[in-house]
Design a protein around this ligand. Structure first.
Ligand SMILES: [Zn+2]
Ligand SMILES: [Zn+2]
Length: 111
């Protein structure tokens, strides 16, 4: 059994701080929680996933929107934030429709 270097609690699987090398319990593993001597290094880095945030896009997914006929697939694609899948989908659909229309029209003329 290992003891947390900060609070002294016994921990089965201690977390080792990558900045100071100490062994800490889950509560103390983050540099600010054990007064890490190298906390300045940690401050310069993006935060590790401290408790997963379900703030955005997690639980409440709006259902039953009135998008387009393809709303099912479009809604799934929209989970990727930042990429305008919906616009891309619409553009592709429009292009396909135009292509089909052109083929049909030319087909009628030829036939
Ligand atoms: Zn601790
Ligand atoms: Zn540390």
């Amino acid at each position: 059994m290992t003891r947390c270097d900060h609070c002294g609690n016994e921990v089965v699987l201690p977390f080792s701080c990558q900045y100071c090398g100490g062994k800490y319990c889950p509560d103390c593993r983050l540099p600010p929680n054990h007064n890490c001597v190298n906390i300045s290094l940690w401050n310069n880095k993006p935060r590790p996933a401290v408790g997963i945030s379900y703030g955005k896009g997690g639980g409440a997914t709006p259902t039953g929107g009135g998008y387009i006929a393809d709303s099912g697939r479009a809604a799934q694609k929209r989970r990727g934030d930042g990429i305008p899948y919906l616009k891309i989908m619409i553009a592709i659909i429009v292009l396909i429709l135009l292509g089909i229309a052109g083929m049909v029209l030319s087909g009628y003329h030829l036939g």
